[in-house]
Ligand binder design. Structure first.
Ligand code: ISL
Ligand code: CA
Length: 557
């Protein structure tokens, strides 16, 4: 029998520190604020927290531009605060994984400061420096956040590569000295006792030698090895595993934005000695990939396509690699607003339905802070409310500079897709600023905090919160949730997501109505006479009728 690895049975809770809890009255969440809520997380039942970057950073991209990997950002606290958090988390039975951002640093990192000094500086080759082609940049690549992926530096009269903002120069992993420096830094954190890493855009660390021209955005063209899933990426990860990861009992999850199940079997295959699992984004791209403005195009995710993608991943990794499961994170809209229905009459019901659907798949589920409350998108209506560099750059590009969209049109698109939708402060209670801070928060609190907050959720046995607690308990109690194989049913049904799990002669049946309609299906034929309902978001059950956003889980045998 397969032994279960701890991270296969774990539920991870993602903390976005900037928006979790402020304790020192500056409107910015901090490490002490996370420590203060460990009881809450323990009560919810999560096993691991993943912290978004907390390192020293000029915050051009909210901490994804790191200027010192071994210092804590001053606004988040001190290294002593971090040590306290780690110890307290472990005392609560909660592990802590860190965000590892090693595709790029900040341009204020000492390595880059050195690198830009002269063409023969010993750190020059830590980054990609190239001469222009005549008056042009070295190649035609565009940055993920708009504009050229190259910035000219007067000092040495060459360009440096940045696949994200100008303040995020890409590191050159071809250089063994760079790799060793990264491994030393990782080892330092692991020796401190952290329990693993979430690796930012880790499938971008190998660039195609020669950095050739091609489609403008090499990082968002699937299969384009100029930047993504490049020729040496597996070699680098196997080396990292050998020199660092394999020496510790940790979990690793790679953020890999353009991968298929076949790619994932390489990054996270059982016998590959690379990573434990990856985040894939195919299921989050179904509502925008077909249209002219990329992520700024809005449509409802078609359920049949969503089921097909999830089926591909569930079956494609079974027995060979391991899935991560998530509906949302700090880069996406919130699950209930995007895949469910955030209107008051359906919010709770649809949030529970989505949780049911996701948590009973095979893989490790990730809960993004506030998801357990059914928090909704910010739906900001004025540009001043936005903070995110991607959002502000896109507005400037599409509205101000190129006049491709009107202000009103763009505001509607931002309200649907901006990364700030999920970055508003955690809603703890109904007091001012949702109990997040007694100073003005760095980004506006969602005004619905009066109704949607942790205190209210904990006082209501029917809340989304208690439903998540039950799902986590199911996972911890029944091995079938971790080990069972997945079988999709009703693949062509446009309204119902239904699947079975099978393990050692046992079968579970999970049914979810993704719509606000009451629908009839002859579901009794899938159930046995003695089937037992383990969980549902309605109190009573009529098996051939699914009410709006109804979800249930039956144990058949
Ligand atoms: O956010 C996105 C688009 O809206 C994604 O394409 C995102 O840029 C990509 O998944 C990489 O994200 C990660 O690295 C970025 C950082 O801005 C994101 O917050 C991080 O999750 C650069 O470090
Ligand atoms: Ca603070």
């Amino acid at each position: 029998a397969a032994t279960i690895k701890w991270w296969q049975q774990a539920v991870v809770y993602q903390v976005y520190p900037r928006s979790f809890q402020d304790t020192n009255h500056d409107g910015i969440g901090d490490l002490k604020g996370i420590t203060a809520h460990l009881d809450y997380l323990q009560q919810l039942g999560v096993d691991v927290i993943w912290l978004n970057p907390i390192y020293r950073s000029p915050n051009d991209d909210n901490g994804y531009d790191i200027s010192d990997y071994q210092q804590i950002a001053a606004e988040f606290g001190t290294m002593a605060d971090f040590d306290d958090l780690l110890t307290a988390a472990h005392d609560h039975g909660i592990k802590v994984i860190m965000d590892l951002v090693v595709n790029h640093t900040s341009d204020e990192h000492p390595w880059f400061q050195q690198s830009r000094q002269s063409r023969d500086n010993q750190y020059r080759d830590f980054y990609f420096w190239r001469s222009g082609k005549g008056a042009d940049q070295p190649n035609n690549w565009e940055s993920a956040f708009g504009g050229s992926a190259w910035t000219y530096d007067e000092q040495t009269q060459q360009y440096y590569l940045h696949t994200f903002s100008t303040k995020q120069p890409d590191l050159n992993w071809e250089n063994p000295a760079l790799r060793t420096a990264i491994y030393q830094m990782m080892t330092w954190w692991l020796e401190k006792g952290v329990d693993g890493f979430r690796m930012d855009v880790i499938n971008q660390i190998s660039k195609l030698p020669g950095l050739p021209d091609g489609p403008l955005k090499p990082h968002s063209q699937y299969g384009d090895a100029r930047v993504t899933n490049g020729p040496h990426v597996h070699e680098f990860l196997q080396e990292m595993n050998r020199r660092v990861l394999s020496r510790f009992d940790i979990m690793t999850v790679g953020e890999t934005h353009d991968v298929t199940p076949a790619d994932a079997r390489k990054y996270a295959g059982n016998d590959r000695h690379e990573l434990d699992m990856v985040f894939e984004f195919q299921h989050l791209r179904l509502d925008n990939s077909q249209h002219g403005f990329g992520k700024w195009s809005i449509r409802k995710t078609p359920l049949v396509a969503l089921k097909q993608v999830i089926n591909d991943w569930q079956t494609g990794l079974a027995g060979q690699a391991w899935n991560s499961l998530f509906w949302n994170n700090h880069d996406t809209p919130r699950a209930v607003s995007r895949f469910g229905d955030d209107r008051p009459m359906y919010r709770v019901r649809s949030a529970k339905m989505l949780a049911t659907c996701l948590h009973l798949l095979q893989g490790t589920p990730y809960i993004y802070q506030g998801e357990e409350l059914g928090m909704t998108d910010a739906h900001f209506t004025d540009l001043d409310s936005y903070r995110d560099i991607e959002t502000l750059n896109a507005y400037r590009d599409l509205v101000t500079d190129r006049h491709l969209l009107t202000h009103a049109d763009m505001m509607a698109r931002l309200a649907a897709s901006s990364r700030d939708n999920s970055r508003t402060p955690m809603q703890w209670n109904a007091t001012e600023n949702a109990g997040f801070s007694d100073a003005q928060p760095w980004i506006k609190v969602n005004p619905n905090y009066q109704q949607i907050n942790a205190e209210a959720a904990l006082a209501d046995p029917d809340s989304v919160w208690y439903y998540y607690q039950q799902l986590i308990k199911l996972r911890h109690h029944y091995p079938i949730v971790t080990l069972g194989t997945f079988k999709l049913l009703l693949a062509d049904d446009t309204q119902v997501f239904m699947y079975e799990r099978h393990w050692q002669g046992q079968t579970w049946l999970i049914a979810c109505n993704f719509t606000s309609e009451t629908i009839s299906r002859p579901l009794h034929q899938y159930l046995t006479a003695d089937a037992k309902c383990l969980l549902s978001n309605y109190d009573d059950h009529q098996t051939d009728t699914l009410r709006p956003y109804e979800a249930w889980v039956y144990q058949l045998a």
